[in-house]
Design a protein around this ligand. Structure first.
Ligand SMILES: C[S@@+](CC[C@H](N)C(=O)[O-])C[C@H]1O[C@@H](n2cnc3c(N)ncnc32)[C@H](O)[C@@H]1O
Ligand SMILES: [Zn+2]
Length: 334
C-alpha cells in the first residue's frame, strides 16, 4: 500500500485519501511485547524484532488462549462468516441505516477500527469513507474478511480478542462495534476497552441487541427464541444452519412479506408486524440472522435506559441513539 493509493470510487463519492499502511501498523501492538508494528522486507515485525504471523491476508495478533465460552463463541462465528461468506447487495443498505448519524465528512482522513468485523460486510463501506481502517475479529471470520477486504487498499485485517490490547489506546478517530459486545460474558469491560481506543473527539458507533419493554409480539417472539437457544446453541453448526432455513422462510412468509406489501399499499395496520428491518431484503438475510441468533453461545439484551450510564461514565457525549432492530448509538469521546 502506498501513501498515494486511493480507494475505488463508490456511490459517486470522491474516494477518500488513503493513509499509509505504515500508519495503520504503527497503531497495532505486538502480542509478545506491546511495541508498535512496522513493515520490513521479512514481513511485519514489532520494533523489538518479534515477527507477526500472516494468516493469509490477516495478521495474527491474538495474545491469549480463549476461555471455554469465548472459544465456543469464536467457533460459532468462524463457522457463520465462512459459510455466509460473501458480502451481499443488501448489506450496503443495512450499513447506511447503522451509520446514518456518523459525521463522515470529518473522518475522511481519519484512522478507524471495526471491532468484531465478522466477514467485513460493514468494514468495506466504512473503509471507503475514512482514511484507513483496522478490521479486527477474534474468530476465523478473519479469513472471510481478508477475502472480502483484500482489494481495499487502506484496510488491515487483524485476528485478536478485542480484550487482547492489539490496538493502541487513544489512536483512533472512529471505532465501530456492531453486534459484538452483547455476545461477551461481560460486555461492559469490553465496551470500556473499545472506548479507550478513541482519541479525544473521536466517534464511536455501537449496535447492541435491545430488549422490548412490556409485552407484545416481539417480546413473545424473543421469549420463544430464548427457549429455543437452550437447545440450538448445543447443536452442531452444520446441522443448525440448514435447519434454520425453513424457520427463516416461515418467518419471512408470516411477517416480512405482509409487512412489505402493507408498506407498498399504504396499509398502516401492517406497520407493526415484527422483523420490519428485513422488508425489501431477500430471505437469505433473515436465514443468516436466524442462525446467528440461535447459534451464538452468549446473548445479552438491553434497554437504552440501562446502557445510557455506560456512555456517561466512559466520558462520551451521545450524538444519536435510535432503535432499529436493536440499539444504535453514535457518540463522541469528550
Ligand atoms: C454478530 S457478529 C457481527 C459481525 C459484524 N460486525 C457484522 O455486523 O457483520 C459478532 C462478531 O464479533 C466477534 N467477536 C465476539 N467476541 C469477540 C471478542 N471477544 N473479540 C473479538 N471479536 C469478537 C465474533 O467473532 C463475530 O464475528
Ligand atoms: Zn514485540
Amino acid at each position: 500500500v502506498s501513501a498515494q493509493a486511493r480507494a475505488p470510487e463508490v456511490d459517486g463519492l470522491e474516494p477518500a485519501p488513503v493513509t499509509s499502511r505504515g500508519k495503520l501498523l504503527a497503531a497495532l501492538r505486538c502480542p509478545a511485547c506491546r511495541a508498535p508494528l512496522g513493515e520490513h522486507d521479512a514481513g511485519v515485525t514489532c520494533s523489538a524484532g518479534h515477527e507477526v504471523r500472516d494468516g493469509g491476508g490477516w495478521l495474527d495478533l491474538a495474545a491469549s488462549t480463549p476461555d471455554r465460552v469465548t472459544g465456543r463463541t469464536f467457533d460459532s462465528f468462524g463457522y457463520e462468516w465462512n459459510r455466509f461468506a460473501e458480502i451481499q447487495p443488501e448489506d450496503e443498505g443495512y450499513w447506511q441505516s447503522y451509520t446514518a448519524d456518523v459525521p463522515w465528512d470529518e473522518l475522511r482522513d481519519g484512522l478507524g477500527a471495526d471491532i468484531g468485523c465478522g466477514k467485513g460486510r460493514y468494514s468495506r463501506p466504512t473503509a471507503r469513507r475514512i482514511g484507513a481502517l483496522v478490521a479486527l475479529d477474534g474468530s476465523d471470520a478473519v479469513s472471510a474478511a481478508a477475502r472480502n477486504l483484500g482489494d481495499e487498499p487502506n484496510v488491515v485485517v487483524v485476528r485478536a480478542d478485542l480484550r487482547d490490547g492489539a490496538l493502541a489506546d487513544g489512536e483512533f478517530d472512529f471505532v465501530s462495534c456492531l453486534g459484538v459486545l452483547h455476545h461477551l460474558p461481560e460486555p461492559r469491560p469490553a465496551f470500556l476497552a473499545t472506548v479507550r481506543l478513541l482519541k479525544p473527539g473521536g466517534v464511536l458507533l455501537v449496535y447492541l441487541y435491545s430488549r422490548p419493554e412490556g409485552g407484545g409480539l416481539r417480546a413473545q417472539a424473543l421469549r420463544s427464541a430464548t427457549a429455543l437457544r437452550r437447545v440450538t446453541t448445543r447443536v452442531p453448526h452444520q446441522v443448525l444452519r440448514p435447519a434454520c432455513f425453513p424457520l427463516a422462510a416461515a418467518l419471512f412468509l408470516a411477517f416480512v412479506l405482509p409487512g412489505a406489501a402493507g408498506r407498498r399499499l399504504g396499509w398502516r395496520a401492517l406497520d407493526g408486524l415484527p422483523l420490519a428491518v428485513y422488508r425489501g431484503s431477500p430471505v437469505r438475510s433473515l436465514w443468516l440472522d436466524t442462525f446467528d441468533r440461535l447459534s451464538a453461545p452468549v446473548e445479552h439484551r438491553y434497554t437504552w435506559e440501562e446502557v445510557r450510564p455506560w456512555f456517561e461514565e466512559a466520558g462520551l457525549d451521545v450524538l444519536a441513539a435510535r432503535t432499529w432492530g436493536g440499539l444504535m448509538i453514535t457518540a463522541r469521546k469528550r
